[in-house]
Design a protein around this ligand. Structure first.
Ligand code: NAD
Length: 488
């Protein structure tokens, strides 16, 4: 099924256990060279209808399997992906622009772990039971899979975020139609090649490739898809909410962020600075959890800024397959232009760009001259009302500002429409508690960043989302609960 045309990789939809060609295709670019290297099906209503039909047909058999049987299949799939880890990592890096190191150590291991984690967690859920002795009654709850789940994922962590949805959906007994980002479809297609060997019955996992406007909306509007799990931008989520409203669909929405780092004078800067560099620039700043507003207490502001900028300048940007490179290419030419435009706007408003875009020069290897690269960029003297401090940039740009008091910084950190993640740096346990409690943020990391226990809820407040994902939260989202009363 590995089809090639004119040396290009050509993907096919995966429906009812078979790869099927599409009548039209979209070009997909290698962000580190600027070349088209892959063609992705431009699916629409017809393809989505076929995929939903297959998923519906597979539901009775899959949903009646025991959790243990499903668990074994998920574990097998995890083993198969892990066996091909290097090939998956190479493909993710080429398709997305991220460094091979990041794909090898974060994206693909996490995709494997997503399947293992839900293969295990599905075995450990219990339901509730209460007794009403005087009435001679017991009440208990029972949970059943919902049906065909529609899964829509973004381009920044392609296989990682897609499997974070597929694994809990199928572990719970649902069947799925997944629509990865049209810009990063290759690893999802590679995963489809392993499903049969893992023992996933035909029709349980269907993958339809294409754009959001065509394939994504057809899925959102399909009457036989009662739930949609979406990760992406807040704007798209608004559209999905509108489009799905007539069907009363269940929605899980994991959206953007404008995440603050709050650094107090008593912070351990030897830990804080390297971690805040990573939280600002890891994966080219293209992680929903990336820091983009750094609040530093006045007493250490100059010292912090000096070291932070000096360290940011050491980040090596270039060919993603070079293992010494810290940052690869941004996802697309349009996205690079958008990220750059924020730096220009900040400058026009009188902010100071201390390193990176427009300040330092970027030397790229010959093969990468047309890639979508930019340097880690640090902006200071920027006002809280500036678009750089309010809007999600989703690139390697971070703003550093000074603050005086705890009360003040909480208010400023909360002064954006988003509420996804925050980091707090201090060695005062009491302060860390107080601040974490008051931040409007679904996740607060203190003295660290990006350490996750998948058992616990993940998700955002305010414009950063609706619903949470995690062992218990995903189980609840992907199942329908019923309360049953028995009277003797
Ligand atoms: P996006 O919203 O443009 O696209 C996300 C997905 O939705 C893609 O598959 C796209 O094709 C599809 N889509 C677009 N329009 C659609 C429509 N009308 N109907 C149905 N589907 C549609 O987002 P993106 O640019 O791919 O990803 C970046 C965004 O994702 C950032 O805002 C980032 O913060 C967010 N994100 C959030 C999390 C989280 O867990 N909270 C994680 C990663 C990324």
């Amino acid at each position: 099924t590995m089809a090639h045309s004119k040396g290009l990789l050509v993907l096919e939809n995966f429906i009812a256990g078979k790869f099927v060609p599409c009548s039209s295709y979209i070009d997909s670019y290698n962000p580190s060279t600027g070349d088209v290297y892959c063609r992705v099906p431009d699916s629409g209503k017809e393809e989505v209808d076929a995929a939903v039909k297959a998923a519906k047909a597979a539901f009775p058999i899959w949903s009646s399997k025991s959790p243990l049987e499903r668990s074994q299949i998920l574990n097998k799939l995890a083993d198969l992906i892990e066996h091909d880890l290097e090939a998956f990592a190479q493909a993710e890096s080429k398709d997305q622009g991220k460094t091979i190191t990041f794909a090898r150590t974060v994206d693909i291991p996490r995709a494997v772990y997503n399947f293992r984690f839900f293969a295990s967690s599905i075995l450990h859920h219990t339901t509730e039971c209460t007794e009403m002795a005087t009435m001679g009654c017991v009440h208990y709850t029972s949970r059943t899979p919902v049906g065909v789940a529609g899964l829509i994922s973004p381009w920044n962590l392609p296989l990682y975020l897609l499997t974070w949805k597929i694994a809990p959906a199928i572990a719970c007994g649902n069947t799925v139609v997944a629509k990865p980002s049209e810009m990063t479809s290759v690893t999802a297609w590679m995963m489809c090649k392993l499903l049969e060997k893992a023992g996933v019955p035909h029709g349980v996992v269907n993958v339809v490739f294409g754009t959001g406007a065509k394939a994504g909306e057809a899925l959102v509007c399909h009457p036989d898809v009662p739930l949609i799990s979406f990760t992406g931008s807040t704007l798209t989520a608004q559209r999905i909410t509108e489009k799905s409203a007539p069907h009363c669909k269940r929605l899980s929405l994991e959206l953007g962020g404008k995440n603050p780092a709050i650094i107090f004078e008593d912070a351990d800067l030897s830990q804080c600075i390297p971690t805040t560099l990573r939280s600002s620039f890891a994966n080219q700043g293209e992680i929903c959890l990336c820091t983009s507003r750094i609040f530093v207490q006045r007493g250490i502001y100059s010292e912090f800024l000096k070291t932070f900028v000096a360290e940011a300048k050491k980040w090596k940007v270039g060919n993603p397959s070079d293992p010494t490179v810290n940052m690869g290419a941004l996802i697309s030419k349009e996205h690079l232009e958008k990220v750059r435009s924020y730096v220009k706007k900040a400058q026009a408003e009188g902010a100071k760009v201390l390193c990176g875009e427009g300040v330092d020069s970027l030397a790229l290897p010959t093969g990468n001259q047309k890639g979508y690269f930019m340097l880690p960029t640090v902006i200071a003297e920027v006002k809280d009302e500036s678009c750089c401090m309010q809007e999600e940039i989703f690139g390697p740009v971070t703003c550093v500002v000074a603050f005086d008091t705890e009360e003040e910084v909480i208010e400023r950190a909360n002064g954006v429409k988003y509420g996804l993640a925050a980091t707090v740096w201090s060695s005062d346990v009491g302060r860390v508690h107080r601040v974490a409690q008051r931040l409007q943020s679904g996740l607060v990391w203190t003295n660290c960043w990006l350490i996750r226990d998948l058992n616990l809820p993940f998700g955002g407040m305010k414009a950063s989302g609706i619903g949470r994902e995690g062992a218990k939260d995903s189980y609840e989202f992907f199942t329908e609960v019923k309360t049953i009363t028995i009277k003797h």
